[in-house]
Design a protein around this ligand. Structure first.
Ligand code: FMN
Length: 186
């Protein structure tokens, strides 16, 4: 009887430990998604010196899904005639977007939430009211509450285009390219 009780207690202990590891792991991933990821900034040039400018700001994800989608959107914008700046959100990036005609925001989603690094950057934007705007998220679920959260953080106006990507297969990459191309042409 005592042995059975000891085995039972060990099993309960292991279950509690596993639950703790899962909760800790999810909390770690969520906090990583909210963290500042560095001052990455790249420019896709245009052949015309007078080309309109677009800004794509996204929070990177571990296996680069967000980066691959952001790069395709940026290529679409470039091919529609824009000079495109691509960057992570953060203090290295000016909150004043007066020089841009198009502004795109992107984030991975963890437990229904977009990156706080991105929404914090968006909340502080200046001169953003008259821009063409788009939001994308990357995640595994169909539901996309994160898109509304990002839109709410953008106080200047409603977001013009919103979409979610569920991977980086050829169809997703092509869709991302078309998303950028259409945004540039609209
Ligand atoms: C702990 C955890 C929670 C997640 N929660 C969501 C979620 O609520 N909605 C969703 O669409 N995807 C969710 N995902 C999927 C991630 O958004 C997806 O794995 C990530 O954006 C892809 O990035 P990566 O493959 O480049 O690392 C979750 C993933 C993890 C690990």
């Amino acid at each position: 009887m005592k042995k059975v009780l000891i085995v039972f207690m060990i099993v309960i202990g292991i279950i509690v430990l596993l639950i703790g590891i899962c909760i800790g792991g999810m909390a770690f991933i969520a906090s990583s998604n909210n963290r500042y990821k560095g001052d990455y900034k790249a420019t896709l040039p245009s052949s015309s010196a007078s080309a309109p400018k677009a800004l794509v700001v996204y929070q990177p994800s571990m296996k680069k899904t967000a980066a691959n989608i952001a790069d395709q959107i940026a290529k679409g914008l470039q091919d529609s005639g824009y000079e495109v700046t691509v960057s992570y959100p953060g203090k290295h990036l000016s909150p004043d977007v007066k020089d841009y005609k198009v502004v795109v925001f992107g984030s991975p989603v963890i437990m229904g939430k977009p990156s706080a690094a991105l929404t914090d950057y968006i909340s502080g934007l200046q001169n953003a009211a008259d821009k063409k705007t788009a939001v994308f998220s990357v995640g595994s679920l169909d539901e996309a509450p994160e898109l509304d959260i990002v839109e709410k953080s953008f106080k200047a106006a409603a977001i013009n285009k919103k979409t979610k990507f569920k991977g980086t297969d050829k169809t997703s990459l092509d869709t991302a390219y078309e998303f950028g191309l259409d945004l540039g042409k609209e």
